[in-house]
Write a protein that binds this ligand. Sequence first.
Ligand code: PGA
Length: 256
Amino acid sequence: MPNLNSKILVLANWKVNLSLAETLALVKKLLTGVAKLKGNFELGLCPTFPALPGVAKLLQKKKVLLGAQNVFWKPNGPYTGEISPSVLRELGVKYVIVGHSERRQYLKETDIMIRQKIAATLAEGLTPVLCVGETFAERQAGQKDIVVARQISAALTGITLSPGHELVIAYEPVWVIGSGRAVAPEEAFYIARVIRQSLIDIFSTRMVDSQIKIIYGGSVNTSNIASFVGRGKLGGVLVGGASLEAKSFLALLKQL
Ligand code: PGA
């Protein structure tokens, strides 16, 4: 991967699990712990929206990056309750999770909405983290490859990746998220190859290798992290539950 940052990307998705005070306390503990680690990783924290300004302040002049859990597809206008990508940029956000399965399921996000979000996020110079993955029923029907390839194609066909743009694809099998049991690493590596092929059908191989990172999410924890990332494995992980407590999350990062 010639140009792409070769560090292992670790994104913490805190969902709606922490209060403001808990979020800030966790960030402080993580910053203290991370300062002592020498691993080859890049850490991004995705707190609840109202915590972004407070977390941004704590991350100033630190190596840890800021992420958002969602975004709207217009920079401004009459869209009550939505969050503009330009405001995320003003806050210092780098990573933006787009199309998480919880949003697809509970907020009825469609492929068209997700595609528009990807375009708007890139237009602001932010890095979208596109989440794809099959449900248990789709898996049982033998359709996981087709589902993931279709999600990639629906979200990215027609999207322009300019020089300097980065994109992250997170393979998150819906049925293992929050379950405590990740898929076998070989299965994640296999789907990463399906994803890579789908990306090559849209972008050039050179762009895929230099601007797009493929990561895994779904019950990643201290015990299994090492089997997913590292030389010849995946480019990083998206961690939910196991990133909510400083001591164990630091133990996870220590392995990188
Ligand atoms: P989990 O969540 O690590 O708790 O499975 C991952 C995610 O939803 O991104």
